[in-house]
Structure formats: structure tokens, C-alpha cells
Design a binder for this molecule. Sequence first.
Ligand SMILES: [Zn+2]
Ligand SMILES: [Zn+2]
Length: 219
Amino acid sequence: MTTSPEEESIELQQPQQPKRRNRIGTKNKELYNWDPIEYEQNESSFATQEYIQDRIRKDECNTNYVLSMPSNHDINLWQYEQIRQFTLELNHFTALFKDFCNQTTCPSMKATDDWLFLCASHKQTQECSAIDYIIHTLDSTSAILNSDKHFPKRIEIPATSIKHFQSICRRLYRIFAHAFYHHRELYNDFESKTNLHKRFCKFCLQSNLLPKSAILVKE
Ligand SMILES: [Zn+2]
Ligand SMILES: [Zn+2]
């Protein structure tokens, strides 16, 4: 009996570290199927981002776990990467607004009726509808965070660029506040699955990026 070449070869299982890479064609539920590794063991220049995202995948609702900074980490870089991640997740959140928030339902950007938020993403601040405010703010935030001028490297944050963190967080926070006061069901549903608002507030208060008085959502 002849054996076909296929039957002659057996793929040997090599013991090796699983690669932190999604192969083309990986099914959705099998994406990112690796365990978190210690921060010190990750030599990638995206180590901090990967550290945060691994923790979110493992235990998203555990805010302390996701916000616990590796020891001796540069604090500015840590804050930068956390803010990048919040911006990303807020993009996912606000994608859910499309059926609920428009020029007719929310012609202006408000949380409670006490404040009207003006959009700072233009040469001069102007009144934008809530959904436009949200999209413009997320876009301009991404533009700042990805700008070569303000943040040329992912491993070191220029001291002069730290000042952007407060204004970014103040504007991003209003998205949660709008959702809470105007689209409560959507907010509750998302928050119950992610704890994103809870994590964002904890991060901003710990990092002194938002004063306590700015927290408009009282749950
Ligand atoms: Zn709205
Ligand atoms: Zn605008």
C-alpha cells in the first residue's frame, strides 16, 4: 500500500508561546484569544495599549483592574493611553446613538437644562446639535491624540502636551451626561455591560482631570 505524501507528514505540535496576533479569517468569538501577559514582558511599542486592552477583554466591568497602572510606569504616558482607549470606546458607544439622537430629538447639546455645551471643534466655538457635537468632539479628540505635533511618539509624552488631557476629558464627559439625561435606556444598557462611565469618572478623578463638580450623572 502506498501512502500519499499527505499521509506521510504529521504536523508536530511545537510548544511555543501563542502569538499575540489575529490570523486572517479568525472567527469573531476567537479574536484576541490570548491571556494577558505581564507589562514588563511585553516588548512591543504598544505595550501600554495592549496591557489596557487585554484587561478590558478579560474583565471589562472591573474598573480598578483596568485602571491599575503597572509599577514604575510613566504617569503621563499612562494617562495618554487611557484617554486614547476611552475615545475608542466612546466611538463604539455613540455608534449606538444613530437611531435615537438626531437634529430633531436633540437640536442642542445638553445634559441637564442648566447648561448648553458649545462645540469647540471649530475655529470659533459654535452651537451644534447633540449628535454633531459628539461626532465633532470625538473626531477632534482623535486628531489631537494622533497629531505628530502634540504626540509624536507612543512611548514618551512631551510635557507641553499634557495640558490637552483636561480639556479632552471635560468634553468627552459630556457625551456620557447627554446619554444619561436624554437617552437613559441606551445609557443604562451600555453601562450595565461595560461600566465605561464608572471607569471614566474614576480615572478622571484619580488623575485630577475632572473636578468632582463636573460629574453631572448622579446614579
Ligand atoms: Zn441626543
Ligand atoms: Zn461642532
